[in-house]
Write a protein that binds this ligand. Sequence first.
Ligand code: ZN
Ligand code: ZN
Length: 410
Amino acid sequence: MAKAVLLIADGLGDRPIKRLGDKTPLEAAEKPNLDKLATEGECGLMDPIAPGVRAGSDTSHLAILGYDPYKYYTGRGPFEAAGIGMDVKKGDIAFRCNFTTVDDKMIIVDRRAGRISSGTDQLAEAVNGMEIDGVQVIFKESVAHRGALILRGAGLGANITDTDPHHEGAKVLKCEAVDPEDAASAKTAHVVNEFVERSYRLLKDHPVNRERIAQGLNPANVILPRGAGVGPSMDSFETEYGIKAACVAETGLINGVARYVGMDITEVEGATGGADSNVMNMAKAIVEKLQTVDFVLCNVKGADIGGHDGSPEVKIEVIKKLDEMVGYLTKSVPEGTFIVLTADHSTPCSVMDHSGDPVAITFWGEGVRTDRCTKFDERSVTAGGLGRIRGIDVMKIVTQLMNVAEKFGA
Ligand code: ZN
Ligand code: ZN
């Protein structure tokens, strides 16, 4: 069977930048291997979700993998929780959380509890497993001050407000149902408020925090949940397409999306999620994974960081690394493997956040119809044969190239 690699450069798309001579970072960067891929492939523009929609990384990845985010996505929580290995079940309400420092009046002293780096497993143990009004509470620590919470029980909704006021000096917010008539969400809100209060009671004098206070550090004395979402029920990638898939990514969020659709998750040494990431180790992991699976999703995070920081230089540095990666992949993947190169959204340096601009995409491999496009950047790909597609089209195109798509009709 043919194989495929879907390489997503996070936030790669950009807008013309004055100090780059009105070029985008992709236009300004030296990237012979990306251009070769575009020359030998079929190119176009892609709207991750729809024209003008500012996609998040999670919703965009869902769409590109062929799962309609409007159907499956109600919040970031479930994917964050899945990303740290929690088993999110259909109907669970899941949250991402911060360990935070508050005073005895519940005023935020430090949103990240001094970026606590140890002992959160013991703090998590103190709150995990409790029951509030018949609702099961499952909590797990993640990296640094982060964690994830699952509420499991009947009749819960996720249309609720956040407890985190997002700045120091403000009081912890009461969680409320967005729609007062929505009884299921009101029940969740009540459980969340109770959870926040109990977490404070259980953590404020916890030995880990006593020790922190003795050392002059901010105690992690409360847990604030946010980003509530309902655990969706999604068909696995294998059920959906009949192909076995693995994911090579650097962030918990992308691993969470991948885990949700049943992909095998791969840890890569030196994959930091920053511009300094060892992307060649990721490239090697992709080639290794292709020995046992048919499809590898890879997300390289660095370009998005450059965009959020407003730094075209960082983006260009990451593009050069991607170029090296693609050069290696085209030479090292098994014969008959397709490579799809694209971004999950634009993160223009001038915007310092995700924008609704479309991104460049190339399909490369044996039998792909080539076109007149010879460069991989936002403007050059408009000469490509794909025209303008949407994220939700990508897997249809890949699976028909791989010859595993089912025929529609006789
Ligand atoms: Zn992204
Ligand atoms: Zn981003």
